[in-house]
Design a protein around this ligand. Sequence first.
Ligand code: ACM
Ligand code: ZN
Length: 522
Amino acid sequence: MFNIIPQPVSLLVNQEKEGFTLKNGTVITHFDFTKDFALFVKNVFNKNVLIGKKTDKENSVILTIDNSVQQDEGYTLCCSDGSVFINAKSETGLFWGLQTLKQLLLQCDGKIPYVEITDYPRFEYRGYLLDTGRYFYKKEDVKRIVDLMALHKLNILHWHLTEDQGWRIEIKKYPLLTQKGSSRSHTNFGVKSHSGYYTQEDIREIVAYCHERKIKVIPEFDVPGHCVAAIACFPYLSCFDRKLNVATHWGVKHDILCAGKESTYKFVFDVLDEVMELFPDKIIHIGGDEAVKTRWKLCPHCQKEMEKHSLKTEDELQMLFMSRVSDYLKENGYSSVMWNCNSVNETKYLSPDIAWTVYGVSDGNDILRTELNRGRKLINANSYPFYLDFPYGWNSLERVCEAEAALTDNDNETWGIEGCMWTEYVPNMKRLEFLTFPRLGAIAEKAWAEKGYATFATFSYKLNDYYRLLDTYNVNYARPQKACPSFVYKTASSLWFKRRVLHWQGLHNLIENKKVELMAKN
Ligand code: ACM
Ligand code: ZN
C-alpha cells in the first residue's frame, strides 16, 4: 500500500495495530540533521515538530544508534504505539530512515498504521553529476539539488567544476582562472555573455550543506582535455602556447594541456593543493575524457616526453599523465576517479588505483573484466541510460527503468551508479529539473532497491505518489506523456538532437584539421 522511492528491502503493514499520528508538538530526537525533517513537516503539514530529548515514548520520533543493524547505511523503521522508532548503525542510516518517513507521512496524510521496515542500499556509491562548467548554477540552486538528492537517498555529488566553457572554482594562487576563465563572451543560447564562479567560501558552505545531508562531494578538475578556459588564462599550459578565448560552444576541443612541460604539472598540482583543502571527502575526479591528441602528435615537448618513457602512442602518454596526477593525490591521502578508457591497449600505463566512471565502452566488456582483475573500481554512468541531459525522446523514462544497474553479473564488481546532468543545453534550473525528474527517481531505485526489483512496471505503478512527493518541493518534473514520448515525438526528437550534435561536431573537426595542417607546415 505504500509506494516508497527508492523501494525499501522489506515493508510490513498491519492495519489492525496502532501506528503513529503526526501532531503539533511531536518530539523528534535531536541530531544536527533533524531540522531538515522538521522543516519538511512544517512546510507540508503545517505542523510544528519539536526537536529535543524524548520525555516519554508517546508522540515521538525516536532515533537510535544501534550497532545490531548490519549494514553501514541501513536502518529499521517501526511505527507503533503512537511513536516512530528508527534504528541505524550510523547517523547516515537514521537520516535515510527519515527520508522514508517523509514519504509514509505524505501517503497517509500524517496518520501511519503499524509499519515495520528493514532497509539498506544495493550500492555504496549513488551519485549525481552536476556540470557547472557549461552553465553556472548559483549556490542556492546547488543546495536545492542537494536537498533533492538526499530525498532520493543519493550520497555522492559529483561536481564538475572546470570546463572549456568556464572555470568555476576560485584558486587563490591563480586568480586569473576566475577573473577571466569564468566568463564566455556568448553561449549556444544567444549573444549574451555567461559567467559565474564559486568562491572558496561558497564551496566550503556547499560541502558543509552536503555533509549535513550525508552526501559526499567529489569535485572534478578535468584534465588534460576540457581545459580551454584555463588555457585562455595561461597559454603556456597548452602545446604551442595557444592564445585562445574561453570556449563559447561545446564540442571536443583540440587544445588540451601539454603533457610534455613540467610547468603543466606544477599548475595541476598547485590547483589540486587548493582543491584538496576544500574537499575533505578524500576523492577527486580528474576527468581524462575526450582528450584529442592532434596537438600532442606535433608538440616537441610531448614527443620528447614519449621518447623519455619509451612510449609508442599518445594514448599511453595520457595514461602516464593521469597516473602522475593520481600518484600526487595518493601521496596526499586522496584517491582519484576518471572517465573510462576505451581499449585495453591504453591502460598499460594507467594506475589501477584510479577508479573509473564508466560512460560507455566501445570495445565490448572485455576491458571492464581486465580492469576489474587489475583491481580497478567501477561506477556505472553509461550514457544510455544514465545521461540525464539527453532528451526524453532519446532516453525515455522507460529506458532508464529497464536499464541494467550493475556492470557485470556480480553486484560486488560495481561500486555504484551515477546519473549525469551535463549542461551544454541546460541553461537553467527549470530545464534541469524537467530533465532530471522523474528519471532520477528511477535511477535511485536502481541504486538502492534490491537487484531485480526496479522495472518500468514497478516504477509506473508508483509514479503518482512520486509526483506528489516532488510537488512538496515544487519540482518542475516531466509528466508521463513527456517522459515516455510517443513514437513520432521520439523519432523527431532523436533526429533533431543527433543532427544538432553531428552538424556542429563535423564543422568543428573540419576547422581543427585545417589548423593542424597549417601548424605542421610552419
Ligand atoms: C563525457 O561524456 N565526456 C564523460
Ligand atoms: Zn605538448
